[in-house]
Design a protein around this ligand. Structure first.
Ligand code: BTN
Length: 247
């Protein structure tokens, strides 16, 4: 939190959202915007950083967050929000889709041409949720650590175009606001269904942790029901490899 806030991610016209973005914090450098959202934020507060020194991914992974190359931000949201990761994935997809061919990969990664461009991490402290979103925008291949080069991408790498990060952020937050309002208005089931349909996994063969099987369904909690030779498995998170095209 030592550096002054850069002007680069700022809006000339205020957001016209109801919940998301009521407070807005922009930092030059932080350890993780999720920590700050859990500490500082009131409902809807957005914390953005130009760089994270200890960005976190799912399953204890590091999230590489180099200065100025992406959107690293978190939204503080109060109360039990069932389905928040699904809602967030749909919001990011909807914001990006006019710009690039992005798809959601179960559970909530966003991919372009099979490579990950955005990750979502929801963490909780008491009644507060920190919804963290990391979107790779301007990295070139050499900006990613070597072990990620075959599986990661950025918007610029995937499309060959430059992007206005403030405009992207505005669009994501606007979509997210609509989805959060829907969740709060009893919209969990509609959002879960839309997200499950989008994941498009029914009937596909997948592999996870050395086991292969066929996806029977996504259940009412968003878990994958996979039929294997050893019987049915229920996956609530983790990484899957998709082995076949949809049916
Ligand atoms: C994943 O593993 O796919 C989730 C990545 C989430 C990264 C974002 S960047 C903003 C926020 N702060 C963090 O430390 N992590 C999330």
């Amino acid at each position: 939190m030592s550096e002054p806030a850069p002007a680069i991610i700022s809006f000339d016209v205020p957001l016209s959202t109801r919940v998301v973005g009521g407070q807005f914090y922009v930092f030059g450098e932080v350890e993780s915007t999720n920590d700050l959202a859990l500490q500082l934020g009131s409902d809807g507060a957005v914390v953005v950083a130009e760089r994270q020194t200890a960005g976190r991914g799912r399953h204890g992974r590091v999230w590489h967050s180099p200065r100025g190359m992406g959107l690293w931000f978190s939204v503080a949201l109060e109360g039990h929000l069932r389905g928040l990761p699904f809602a967030a994935a749909l919001a990011v997809r909807d914001a990006l889709q006019p710009r690039c061919p992005v798809v959601i990969k179960w559970p909530n990664d966003l991919l372009i041409h099979g490579r990950k461009v955005c990750g979502i991490l929801v963490e909780h402290r008491g009644e507060r949720n920190a919804l963290g979103i990391g979107l790779n925008v301007h990295q070139r291949l050499e900006d990613f650590p070597e072990e990620l080069r075959a599986k990661a991408t950025s918007l610029e790498l995937a499309t060959g175009s430059r992007f206005d990060r403030a405009a992207l952020l505005r669009d994501i937050l606007t979509r997210l606001d609509e989805r959060v309002l829907a969740l709060r208005g009893n919209g969990y089931e509609a959002i879960r269904r839309e997200w499950a349909h989008t994941c498009d996994l029914k009937g596909r063969d997948v592999r996870y942790g050395g086991i292969a099987g066929t996806v029977k369904d996504i259940d009412e909690h968003g878990a994958l029901i996979v039929v294997t030779v050893q019987g049915e498995h229920r996956l609530i998170s983790g990484e899957i490899e998709i082995l076949t095209q949809g049916v």
